[in-house]
Write a protein that binds this ligand. Sequence first.
Ligand code: KG4
Ligand code: ZN
Length: 329
Amino acid sequence: MNGTGDEVKLESLVILSQDVHAVFGGVVPEIASRAHLTSIVPVVNKALSDAAAELDDIDAIAVTAAPGLIGALLVGVCYAKSLAFTRSIPVIGVHHMEGHLFATALEHRDAVPPFTGLLVSGGHTLLLDVEAWGTYRLLGATRDDAAGEAFDKVAKLLGLPYPGGRHIESLARSGDPARFRFTRPMVRRNDSRGSDDYFQFSFSGLKTAVLNAVHGSTDIETDKSHIARGFQDALIGSLVEKTFRAAKEYGRTRIVLGGGVACNSALVEAMRERTKEIGATVFAPKPRLATDNAAMIARAGLFHFERGEKSDLDLNAFASQPIPGLVAA
Ligand code: KG4
Ligand code: ZN
């Protein structure tokens, strides 16, 4: 990452293969942290060589400090602190979801505040009103499963590989939307701004409805694509409706999507369609920046660095932590 403010250039982007997780049908924490240990040095070296840079060229190191699997986070935090200490440069702890929020801006110059942000990953579903970078009004989150988690669990029910989001998406393409209709979670016709669930999400009930449909099917091979379609439509319907409400309420004409589920083109299309009437532009990152990557962490780190914010060498990793910069909703 090179540059200042919103004018930054991506010099390298090394994506670490997640094949190790596919083998086990999910992330095994101990295996993930061991994979981090063995990969961190070669990955950093590769990033430097792709960028034709040397450690001497680096002004600051950004590292994901929370939230996530503690073992994997600790590997990164310890390595980043040691490297920063030996080079006498600052280290900046970054919140993983703040990284996702910045990812789209790396590709789209206009994906900058003020905007309505929807972050949909394997562990989180966050609806935010972003007045300015670093000032986040949290409007809604999931009460149970995250959107990506719901995709992964339903994929498992349908016998698809992990991570299942993209497999559901491609299966759903050939599915008939009318064969299995599931209720859009937490969306009611008479919802009003004052109601508790107005901006909130919940996906575990939908997952159970899918499970019942799978069990009730007499020809699952044929029904599979129709169930995937019904599930995806319902989940997307909920994400889109809540985001539309937020953009309308706060008068935002930009909507920024982030997190692995933002790879889903049916989601992006549905969001564009629904928010046309308020004249909103929907920005979605390309898959390489939507799913977990180091560039988004560097971008968020740069923002803090330019504000003169850095971490001390007692920086620690945390499994869960609210996104920084929260203001009252
Ligand atoms: O942000 P991310 O890479 O990692 C986390 O921070 O969790 O998100 C991973 C999630 C997985 O649940 C995966 O199934 C989902 O993103 N995902 C998708 C698609 N591609 C990835 N979900 C729906 N449709 C997709 N095309
Ligand atoms: Zn993520």
